[in-house]
Design a protein around this ligand. Structure first.
Ligand code: SAH
Ligand code: SF4
Ligand code: F3S
Length: 444
């Protein structure tokens, strides 16, 4: 069988990172595949795309322009475009980038081996962007390798249709994966050395699946995963405030593997804007969730997503967001300027906040969150944290780097055999974007 060198370029969220790993797994199961990190060496180039904002989408076409030149030099090169832009703009991709052979969606990546073979034999362009997540899950082979932290997809798609968001159109309706499937994958990842399991989906706290005659929600699934031998930390992304119920607060009380960290996107603290966004909760609802969590986990770090400059956002709306960030001591954010997405309800509204104002609001918000984060980091100095050692420090190959429960990078002196282990570590210094630490003990 011929050997193929595969290069994958991944944009977008953790779901896309997970899907790209699956593309490698599924192609490797059917063909002789070697992953390369050099585009010019590859026989197959795949791009896993994101369309959450206009900038992300435009990047796809500029990168495809570069890939076209590689195809001119090597006419047998196979180019595939997957992910969310592919799902929404399939025909446009074939029109604007004729060097592309395959356009596939997030739910059809399991057809990749068949599509690649068809291109080799027939050289006719292929488009396959249907929504069939259950088939996708059923046909994915078990992963070949993992790092200390492993993603596991527990649901696909989104049915919430927030006014600004493209995801429900690109990923299809929300569907939960079966408990059995999730457990099998977790088990396999543990056997490969994973210590942290990161459950993924657009609204993971809406997870619902029947298992052994009972209905499992996210909290029940977390408890089940926590009971598996070798699971040292459990993360889950993304939760939605409208469906964040007390069972998860209880899980934070009882499950030690849940770190002091929660990513809970609010988008805006103005009720008027939240209503217009169709988010399904108020500022008060959000505050209540955080207050309940802090009763059981006083030091929990809260991370959030924000959109600034949503149509009609006044300076008063924005002030409310700033106030909430300050009062709830939000530690981290993914915050962006509003970007109209074609076909979404918000895109029909006048995009009436000036770019200058949007940039200034974003800057103010991010500065405030950075300042909260630095104060939180400083308060961690002298405390003992569990740190999952993920590799070498980016600053020096002499040092190791790891992650605290509240998702901070810690640089630590230590031997390379600790990579992949959870260690107790005293925090010795807070820097702007990282911590320094010292390992307390490690039992072999
Ligand atoms: N399901 C998650 C979010 C997934 S999308 C949730 O509902 O919280 C990730 C983030 O991208 C969103 O939280 C939002 O902040 C941002 N985003 C989505 N659409 C956007 C748009 N049109 N313009 C700017 N940011 C957007
Ligand atoms: Fe988009 Fe809203 Fe679904 Fe999140 S919940 S993915 S923001 S539609
Ligand atoms: Fe982007 Fe699709 Fe994820 S639009 S953020 S890659 S779900």
């Amino acid at each position: 069988m011929k050997n193929f060198k595969l290069y994958i370029q991944t944009y977008g969220c953790q779901m896309n990172v997970y899907d790209s790993d699956k593309m490698v797994d599924i192609l490797s199961a059917k063909m002789n595949i070697k992953v390369t990190d050099k585009e010019s060496d590859a026989d197959i180039l795949l791009m896993n795309t994101c369309s959450i904002r206009e900038k992300a989408q435009e990047k796809v076409f500029s990168e495809l322009g570069r890939w076209r030149k590689l195809k001119v030099a090597n006419p047998n090169l196979i180019i595939g475009v997957g992910g969310c832009v592919a799902s929404q703009e399939a025909e446009k991709i074939h029109q604007r980038a004729p060097s592309v052979d395959i356009v596939f969606g997030p739910q059809t990546l399991h057809h990749l081996p068949k599509m690649v073979n068809a291109i080799i034999s027939k050289k006719e362009k292929i488009t396959d962007i249907s929504f069939d997540p259950i088939k996708k899950f059923d046909q994915l082979p078990t992963p070949g390798k993992t790092g200390p932290s492993a993603f596991v997809s527990i649901m696909e798609g989104c049915s919430k249709f927030c006014s600004f968001c493209i995801v429900p159109y690109t990923r299809g309706p929300e569907i939960s994966r079966s408990v059995e499937d999730v457990l099998l994958e977790v088990n396999h990842l543990l056997s490969l050395g994973a210590k942290e399991i990161h459950l993924l989906g657009q609204n993971v706290n809406n997870y619902k699946s029947e298992f052994q005659g009972e209905l499992f929600n996210l909290a029940a699934l977390i408890r089940l995963v926590a009971s598996m031998k070798g699971v040292e930390r459990i993360r889950f992304t993304t939760s939605h405030p409208a469906v964040f119920d007390d069972s998860l607060v209880e899980a934070y009380k009882d499950v030690p593997q849940l770190p002091n960290y929660l990513h809970l996107p609010i988008q805006s603290a103005s009720d008027r804007i939240l209503m217009d966004m169709k988010r399904g909760y108020s500022q008060l609802d959000y505050r209540q969730i955080i207050s309940k969590l802090r009763k059981v986990r006083p030091n929990i770090s809260i991370s959030s997503d924000f959109i600034v400059g949503y149509p009609g956002e006044t300076s008063n709306d924005f002030e409310q967001t700033l106030k909430l960030v300050e009062q709830l001591n939000i530690d981290h954010s993914y915050s962006f300027i509003y970007s109209p997405r074609p076909g979404t309800p918000a895109s029909f509204k006048e995009d009436n906040v000036s770019l200058e104002e949007k940039k200034s609001r974003l800057n103010t918000l991010q500065k405030l969150i950075q300042s909260n984060a630095f104060k939180i980091s400083q308060s961690m100095v002298g405390t003992v944290e569990q740190v999952l050692i993920t590799g070498y420090s980016s600053k020096s190959k002499e040092d190791l780097a790891g992650k605290t429960g509240n998702n901070r990078t810690v640089n630590i002196k230590g031997d390379s055999h600790l990579i992949g282990e959870m260690v107790d570590c005293e925090i010795t210094k807070a820097n702007l974007n990282s911590l320094n630490g010292q390992i307390l003990e490690y039992v072999v």
